[in-house]
Structures are given as structure tokens and as C-alpha cells.
Write a protein that binds this ligand. Sequence first.
Ligand SMILES: Nc1ncnc2c1ncn2[C@@H]1O[C@H](COP(=O)(O)OP(=O)(O)OP(=O)(O)O)[C@@H](O)[C@H]1O
Length: 613
Amino acid sequence: MRVVDNSGQSWFLSYLRQYFWAFLAAALLGALAIGCAGALLFASGHLITRSALKPENILMVYVPIVLVRTFGFSKAVIQYLERLVGHDAALRLVSRMRVRLYRAVEPQALMIRSKFRTGDLLGLLAEDIDQLQNIYLKLVLPALSALLIYAAGISALGWMDGTFALLMGLYCGYLLVIAPAISLWTSLAQRRTFKQERSKAYQELTDALFGMSDLVLSGRTEHFLASFAGQQSKATAVESSLRRREWRAHWTAQCVVGGGIVIMTVWAGGWVAQNHLEPTWLASFALVAFPLLDAFVRAGEAVVHAPEYQDSLRRLKESEKNTHIPAAPAVSPPAIFVDTVQQAISGTPDPAGSQTAACRSGHTGELLLDNVSYRYTDQQAWSVRHISLHVPQGGNVALLGRSGAGKSTLLNLIQGALQPNEGSVTVAGTPVYTGGAYSSLFAVLNQQPYLFDTTVANNIRLGRPDASLEEVRAVTEQVGLAALIDSLPEGYDTRMQETGLRFSGGERQRIALARILLQNHPIILLDEPTVGLDPLTEHELMQTIFHVLKGKTLIWITHHLTGMEHMDEVIFMEKGVISMRGSHEQLWQEQPRYRNLYELDHPLLDTRSALDH
Ligand SMILES: Nc1ncnc2c1ncn2[C@@H]1O[C@H](COP(=O)(O)OP(=O)(O)OP(=O)(O)O)[C@@H](O)[C@H]1O
């Protein structure tokens, strides 16, 4: 696939250029619709006046009647066409934008939580693209149409009376340009504050949702509710003030429209008095001003919302920072990853599956870290410093250390989600850094595998969408879940309840392990998979893990020293560096601190005998 860097391209202009002709057509149709509305009232004014003069026969008002019908009908049709063309272009453009955003965000899936806050991500996906759709439909198109009708209207007046056209040009220019600019300028700071307050409130809410159990357990619910309510009322106060300001601006604009109509009537009256115009046209000139001035007011009011779009554009641009994005194909396909997951969930075979299998077969799991260091951009201190490690194919390494020692960072470096600032991480001689994209070298068993609300079989197939039911059964047997699944009401077709509540913690881990077996990747990263399990379940699960993953390269993050006898190397990390390393026997003999820790850990079961089975 061709790869280009789109990060420099603007989210707004590049799409405007792509759909320029469609938008121009929509703007012309919009201007024409406003023109028809004006002409309708113009003809109606004349018709009403002529009718009031009691025409002797219907033929005297026949032409105005036909014109009223024609303009009334044309206005509706042209307005419909304008919506059709404008919305068609905007929706096509938005679908391209979504693909572009998806392509920017999806490769960073592994480090998404470190790069975006959840609230920001939700905003990006849900709100910002919709906002951009509105830029075109509610800002660009009305503004262009209003400018076109402004030019046409003032030229028409200029043809009749140059001085008056100049006066009306300035008067309407106030509605179209000056009033919105003043409104925008005076409300800018307030709009920014509102946006910030609202995004803070979103952020607090998403944090609270994720940490709900911690909030409840620590008795901080009241505190959170009070702080959230405070945040909300601040945002509401700013919003009410903005609404009041908008109402005042709207009221002023309507007064200006009223003034415009009076000016037009007085001018037309003058022309009638000078016999330049028949009196029957007086009402027409008064009425024609209504739709035209109204279009200027609507375009001006849309401009005031420009800062909201600006914020969305900024966030979308940031989503692409430092990311190389594959070029969007001419016919934008649905996102491949979504398809794969959907196919996995629905159980239909994945045509890309064979490719994934081909990737898998070529790899060995020999892992080499050469003097690796990493520092997060917003941090002064190194999170990982000068780490060298060689794990041959099938080797086992345990990583231990206090919270914040750098274990997760090292794991992210190993699986290519982060790029080392210094040194290199390679598997079988090839650098692993993928820019955060999914790698077919690694499978991860973490603390809380997610189970989707679909059948048990589909949840296991998430490991390999094209796996047959026999293969699914085989791996389930290996992880010791076959009997349990057979006992379920609909066996493998039983639906998981939300987040897999039907299964215990240990059983959920076994389902995740079955997925890993289907994936058949050479290197398995165990990120504290037994946290929260009781000692007996923990012991049995580890026993199964070591048994079924025999021959694979294993990197195991753990807090316990249970089972260290079976590791080729045990590594202790402290403040990003290795503070102690060696085999269990070596450390036992040479390091009194290790002996102390090992004894302190009080294993409840003799893992050695269990693992030897
Ligand atoms: N996304 C991040 N941005 C900035 N700093 C980070 C980020 N993730 C981790 N750190 C910092 O890097 C250091 C190592 O953190 P890391 O999460 O790797 O430790 P850990 O040993 O895995 O801890 P735990 O066992 O609690 O998960 C810490 O000082 C942490 O504050």
C-alpha cells in the first residue's frame, strides 16, 4: 500500500478543495433559492397591490399570479437540490474524514491510553467530525450563498441607483461582516472558557466511570459528585451568559433588518414620488428585503460559531501528530480492523486470515534488547535506562519490581508500542517498533481480558477469525474449559453476558489463553494475569499457562516470587534500571536480599511440584 504523510494537510482546506465544485454548486443553488424567495415576495407584493386596485379582469394580474406560482415552486425545488448537493458532498467528505481519523488513531491502538485521554478520544471520534460536517453545511455554504446574493442584490440596485446601492451595500455589509466580527471578538474568551469547562467535565466523568469501584470503595463518591456538580454549574453559567449574548446580538440584527426594510420603503417611495416607479411596485421593494436581509443575518450568526470548529480542527490535527498515515484509497473502504473484529465477533471467515497465518509461520521468538532507554516526552526522568536482555526462542524471563519501576514501559518497548530513545529491540534480528500497530509476533495475556457480548466460540475466535469449531474446541480443551463450556445451555453458542460476567476471573483468563493459542504467536507477554485471583486459582492458572505455552518465548511481569525456579532468568527493576538479575539458583546463592524476598513471599503451594507435572 502507498504510504504518504498527511499530517501537514489541513483537515478543512484539503477536503474543501476535493469537493470544491460540489460546494460551489450547492452555494449557487443556495443563492438561487434565496433569490427565488426574494422574487416570490417581490411578485407577491405587486400582485397584492394590483389585486387591491380591483382589476377589471383576471388577465391584468395573470402574469404576477404565474410568477408567484413559478417562484414559489422553484424556491422549494431549488432549496431541495441545494440540500441534496450540499449534504451529499458533506457526507462523502465526512466519511473520508472518519477513515482518515481511524487510520491515524488505529495504528496507535497499543499506546492509545498514553497518548490520548479517554474523554479526548471520545470527543475526537464522536463530536469533532460532526462539528466539521457543520463547518461546511452551516458555515461555509450559507456564507457563500449570502455573499453571492449580496453581490447580485447590490449590483441590481446599482443598476437602478448607484448612491443608494452604495448605502445599502454598507448597511448589509454591517449585517454580514461587521456585526458577526464584533460578536465573535467579544465572545471569544467566553466561548473558549465554556469549551474548556465542558471538556474538563467530560474528563472527570470518564475518569469517574473507569474508576467507579475505587471511588465507591474509598468513600469519595460525595466528593466526586460535589466537584462534578461544581464543574457543571461553572460550565452552565458560562453557557447561559453566552446564550444571553447571542440573544442580544440576534435582537440587534433583527432591528437592523427592520431598519433596512424602512430604508428600502422610503427609497422606493421617493422613486414613486418622482414618477420613476409605478406605485404598485412599492410593496414589492419593501417585501423583497425580508428574505435577503434574513439570509445575511443567518450567515453572520453562523460565523460566530467558528471558534468551536477551530478547536475540533486542532484536536483532529493533533491526532495525526508524528503519525504516518496510509493514503486513503479512491473508494474509501470500511476500516479493515473493524471488519476483522466484526468478522471475529460474527464468526464469518476473514479473508486476511491466511495472510496473518503466513506472518506467523516465519517468526522465531528470539528477543534481543540492546542497551535500551526510554523517556516519556513529558517526563524529566528516564522510565527505562540501559536495559540489555537476550531471550532465546522458547526462553522464559520474569520481570519484577515495585510500582513505577518501569516494567510496563519495558513491555511496551518489547512489543513495539514504544520506540526506544536509545538502543534497539529486535526479534530474530528485525526491529520490533511498529508505531503502535498490531504485531503478529506478540500475544498478551493481561490482568483483565475483555469478553464481548457474543457467543463463547466467537470470543475465542477473536484470536483467529478463520478458526474452525474443531480448532476452537481443541484449544478450549487445552486450557481446561471444555467441560465447563459443554455444560452451558447452548455450549459454544452460549452468549457471554456483558463483560463476561457469566465466567469467573480464572475462567476469563483461560478464555483469553485459548485466544492466544489460536493466534500461535512466538512470544507471549504475561502482564500480571493472576492479579485478583485467589492463591489456588492463581496456582492452577499458572500451571496451565506454563504447560500449554511450552516452547514459546515468555516474558512474565509478576509481583510474586512463586514459580521463579522455572524461569531462565529473573530480573528485578528499580527506577527504570535493572537492580538484580540471574537465575533463581544463582540469586538464591549470591543475593541475601533475594532469599529474604523469596521467604517473605510465603508461597501457599509448592509450585515446583505442580509445575513439574
Ligand atoms: N504514559 C506515560 N506518560 C508519562 N509517564 C509515564 C507514562 N507511563 C508511565 N510513566 C512513568 O514511567 C515510570 C515507569 O512506569 P511503568 O508504568 O512502566 O511502571 P511499572 O513498573 O509498570 O508500574 P506498575 O507495576 O504500577 O504498572 C513511572 O515513573 C511512570 O510515572
